[in-house]
Design a protein around this ligand. Structure first.
Ligand code: GLU
Length: 282
């Protein structure tokens, strides 16, 4: 009998605390970017919309890719079901500003952790290690970065890929900076550019698309280390800690491996093993 009373009291307390959680922390406004502790109606997550295998908006309006799966897992751990996620396109050059403005709660968009970016945003992770590479036409004789001198090379504004070209491996290439990688790929197909450079994970996804079958090849160069992190607003260390815990769980329970197989398998992308949280490969 006594136990029953305690249970009823506990249940009442639980109801009260749940109500308090639902009402507190945020105003329940569906436009909120997410309370970070669950309880908000929606969480806004920034991804790419045009990168097959990583972040892609499908013709039917659904979303696919490794970043989408990682973000969905993380959101769940933060207290949001998949149907509470509002996906927002965050192109390479928009990411820091989108976080600073509060447009999104977090960004999982092939977003490399760099010291320069860490001055403006905070990162959880890393959750994937990729490398910069070149994509060329199958019959191209470009095999090395040194072959790029005076060639037209496409990359994306605001990416580490574009920056590395001028700073490091191909200062004499004619760099064309577009807004998205899909625009670079269209340029490669039309002959407007001779090569596209960015992370091998992204290039492999494009090369494997049915419409490009047999047209492109990766050079297979590891021109940089790209440690993908999940970006959050500068100072939101509470969310960083929660995301890091979620990422560790995703690796230990096998969901990370499943996401790798589902998303990189079709492109035959040979990914690196899961990185340890905080372990940045320079
Ligand atoms: N991972 C690189 C970066 O964050 C290149 C890919 C991208 O532009 O998203 O800049």
């Amino acid at each position: 009998m006594k136990l029953r009373k305690v249970t009823a009291a506990a249940a009442a307390a639980l109801v009260l605390s749940l109500t308090a959680t639902a009402c507190g922390g945020d105003d329940g406004d569906s436009e909120d970017t997410g309370s970070g502790s669950g309880g908000g109606d929606k969480i806004k997550v920034g991804i790419k919309y045009d990168q097959p295998g990583l972040g892609l908006k499908e013709p039917d309006g659904s979303f696919s890719g490794f970043d989408v799966d990682v973000a969905t897992y993380v959101a769940k751990e933060l207290g949001y079901d998949a149907d509470q996620i509002e996906w927002v396109e965050t192109k390479s050059a928009d990411r820091e500003n989108a976080l600073a403005r509060g447009d999104v709660k977090m960004i999982a968009a092939t977003y490399s952790i760099t010291d320069e970016r860490k001055e403006k945003v905070d990162f959880a992770g890393p959750y994937l290690l990729a490398h910069q590479d070149l994509l060329v036409k199958t019959d191209s004789d470009i095999t090395e970065a040194t072959d790029l001198n005076s060639k037209k090379l496409c990359s994306v504004t605001g990416s580490t890929s574009a920056q590395n070209v001028s700073d490091k491996f191909a200062p004499k290439a004619q760099l064309k900076e577009y807004g998205t990688y899909s625009e670079c790929i269209a340029g490669l197909q039309s002959g407007a550019v001779d090569a596209v450079t960015t992370d091998d994970s992204i290039l492999a996804g494009f090369a494997a698309q049915d419409q490009y079958e047999g047209q492109f090849k990766l050079a297979g160069l590891k021109l940089s280390n790209e440690n993908y992190g999940i970006g959050v607003k500068k100072g939101d260390t509470e969310t960083v800690d929660k995301i890091n815990k979620a990422l560790e769980k995703m690796v230990s329970d096998g969901a990370w491996d499943t996401a790798v197989k589902d998303n990189f398998g079709p492109a035959n992308y040979q990914n690196e093993p899961a990185p340890k949280i905080g372990d940045i490969v320079q």
